[in-house]
Design a protein around this ligand. Structure first.
Ligand code: ADP
Ligand code: MG
Length: 290
């Protein structure tokens, strides 16, 4: 394409709400064969709500919530925001983030861990049967279960969920029409991921769940090794490395600065349909469509 065509493409992109880092980005957009979509905050709103707190036997739901919220107040994760809500939280010290797994900190002299059930198990906390059951029950209905624990035991389950963006199903359909295969990639568990995939029209075979941030990069690389040209759309800190690895990294303007810094394109309004507009624009600019 001529420099003039690229400049026109960039200007038209800005009108559509697409920030384009460099002219090469348009070329990659045109070639994309697979579009990998992060779930939380990309396909869903990322505005998780706390639906329920299930205490372990002998524990109090309010105490579980308060301690969990104290720890989560150090995190920006959608799960953390749901757990904190508008609660006045006790002070926490020594905050530590286990990226894509959970968080921990000291509250009232007690080391509190909050995160995926697997994180608590790895850290050697015992998980009582009623806690395991509450996790199972929440996940079976497509929700996300976060476990809080201290002093060697899981003490309760916080059940959170968010909603699919009203534009996501349409966006997936448009991307598919343009010949891109949509893949859902998430750190959340399989059943939550499948429920979202079904709602937006992604094939269950193209759902990759339970991955760590490192796993997101590895999955993008695997697709590239299979000969795919990979576009990846994400919003989180945990997506940044995968956005950089992708042939075309697309960040949401509603997401984190880290994701935008790693991406080739930014969709200013966070509307996934604009990813399809970007593909169409690049093909037109570079002369595939006339
Ligand atoms: P996604 O890929 O959908 O954006 P993440 O990789 O950020 O999800 O998170 C994956 C899972 O890790 C969450 O569903 C949650 O179970 C757990 N997790 C991550 N951060 C936190 C946190 N701050 N508090 C509790 N759980 C967390
Ligand atoms: Mg996300």
């Amino acid at each position: 394409a001529t420099p003039t065509a690229l400049m026109v493409g960039t200007g038209r992109g800005a009108q559509l709400g697409i920030l384009i880092r460099g002219p090469e980005a348009l070329e990659q957009t045109r070639r994309a064969s697979v579009v990998v979509l992060d779930k939380t905050g990309t396909v869903t709103t990322g505005q998780m709500r706390l639906l329920d707190v299930v205490p372990a036997a002998g524990e109090d739901a309010e105490r579980v919530r308060a301690l969990a919220a104290a720890v989560e107040s150090g995190s920006e994760h959608p799960v953390a925001r749901a757990v904190v809500g508008d609660l006045e939280v006790p002070a926490a010290d020594g905050f530590r983030n286990h990226e894509g797994l959970g968080v921990e900190a000291e509250v009232d002299g007690v080391r509190v861990l909050v995160g995926r059930p697997s994180l608590l198990e790895e850290q050697g906390l015992a998980v009582p049967a009623e806690v395991a059951d509450a996790v199972e029950h929440a996940e079976a209905s497509g929700r996300t279960a976060v476990v809080a624990g201290w002093e060697g035991e899981a003490r309760g389950v916080l059940v959170v969920a968010d909603e699919v963006k009203p534009t996501s199903a349409d966006a997936v359909a448009r991307l598919r029409e343009l010949g891109l295969r949509p893949v859902l990639l998430t750190g959340d568990h399989e059943r939550a991921a499948r429920a979202v995939a079904a709602e937006v029209g992604i094939d269950p075979a193209d759902v990759v769940a339970g991955v760590l941030p490192r796993g997101k990069v590895e999955h993008v690389r695997r697709l590239q090794e299979q000969g795919e040209v990979v576009a990846m759309v994400g919003d989180g800190v945990n997506d940044a490395a995968a956005l950089a690895q992708a042939d075309l990294g697309i960040a949401l303007g509603t997401g984190t600065d880290v994701a935008m810094a790693a991406a080739d394109l930014t969709l200013v309004r966070g509307d996934l349909r604009v990813a399809a507009d970007a593909v169409r624009l690049s093909r037109r600019t570079l002369g595939t469509i006339r």
